[in-house]
Design a protein around this ligand. Sequence first.
Ligand code: AGP
Length: 609
Amino acid sequence: MCGIVGYVGPQSCSDLLVDGLRRLEYRGYDSAGLAIYDGKKISVVRAVGKLQNLVKALREQPLEGTVGIGHTRWATHGRPTEVNAHPHVAGNIALVHNGIIENHLELKRQLAEQGVKFASDTDTEIVAHLIHRESSAGNDLFTSVQRALRQVRGAYAVAVIDQKQPDRVVVAKNASPLVIGFGEGEMFCASDIPAILPYTKIMLPLDEGEIGILPREGLQLFTLDGTSVGRQPHTITWNAAQAEKGGFKHFMLKEIHEQPRAIEDTLRGRVDLAATDVVASEIGLDEATAKSIQRVYFIACGTSHHAALYGRILTEHLARVPATTELASEFIGRDPVVGPTDLVIAVSQSGETLDTLVALKAAKAQGAKTLCIVNVIDSAIPRVAGAALYTHAGPEIGVASTKCFTTQLAAMVLIAVYLGRRRGTLSQERAHTILQGLVELPHQMRAVLALDDIIRDLARPLASAKSALFLGRGVSYPIAAEGALKLKEISYIHAEGYAAGEMKHGPIALIDAEVPVIAIMPDDTVYDKIASNVQEAKAREARVLAIATKGNADIGGIANNTIYVPKVDPALTPFVTTLPLQLLSYYVADFKGTDVDQPRNLAKTVTVE
Ligand code: AGP
């Protein structure tokens, strides 16, 4: 997830582009850059870190010109360095990109064979070279971009300028957002509406597979195969604050709704259905090493620890290796026994959590193999770990983690299948079912998110509760724990997440008509057992809200209310059962009027022990 801005018109555009990037900084902030045509040539200025560093660099090397592109980066391929920052230049071409090019290695190999030298480690630079190759063959900018993108597989929004045709910006979109802004004798493009809202309210979001030419006079829009598109722009009625949150009231709600896209980005290029395998050399384990592992430790805190609990279950189930989950803060304190045949997997959205970092260092010092699942590229944890599998959720602004959690779950499936295939414990048939189910999840998740209004209504009575109990079994137990954490974090209602079978060993004493019970009970092998546990709660007058699988005919006799989720493979139910719990917590908090995005006493990154 990166931010793009582009301009063509009569104004000198450097300040305007920086101003647009400032409103897109929530999309990425590890580096930024501008490319502007100054009447003779394209000049580029880039800087690592926050946008302020680019502003400083531009003071030393000002850019003047009326056609330009800008970018703020959220690294996916290549560290956050100046050479990896956008715009990327190849000959007469400068390009900014948001997305992930799936077949970048294959394309890089082809280009290298033709003598192309690369300046960066990014997937983006390859697209710049592809366009340059087409341009050098005599094509105009539009045709060059069109022909280059036909060779590309993956997600992209691009804005491209050309020294040979400097009166225009060419843009294209597939899976990553791009909106066109229409001014008086000037045109804009951006990854998101807020970037250009101060300059125009007349906008047109591009559809999948569209490519456009932006001269000053307007937009010429086509599909990638060259068919002309006649869609009309419309007027945006949001104010700037609404626009930044994509029209949602809070970042958390926006991020909840971004999850299908975030999962797609995490899986992009990593699932090979034809080979029934996970393609992720970044896991850093060859077949012999994968076979030699005798134990897996997952270490994490908070929400990431709940993802780890799921990872543990899947790793044992699919890779048949003993696995255990540790709270990072406890792992450090108890002098653990780990060694060279252990794989220690640190899980962290921020990559900076000190407890997890210290635990990881301790494991590494004892000779364990180390891997991390992290969202922020080149943060502290991946710099220490032997290998890093990045989730590509994009920046998460809401302090309560949502999309980072579900993308961590996706990473857990990838690792378990990867290990299972290499250890010979996972049959091709079962692996195919899991991987097929995995790639279908974004679709199923969208169906759950469509229940937003129903869930909002069910949240209203919960807002007056003093305490709530979340129950789950098997893979639904981590989800119960996460549901409870989410509710307490943002609504300040006391909540417990319990393994349903454990309820009778104590928490059952809490149950009465005033304590809502939220039971996560999708169709799986433990359904009958949790159904009995919920009956036990009902017998003590509990009011039960069930999360159950669509088509469950019995649940009406057990629960007072039910949220139905689509049927998915029993190992993958957390992806669909998590979403209603996030929405429930969100709406309870919103009804209570708490500060949803920045709940009291919490911080997004916890760098103290
Ligand atoms: C999640 O909603 C919380 N804010 C918190 O539990 C968080 O998951 C925990 O602090 C760990 O953070 P990390 O994933 O960045 O390591």
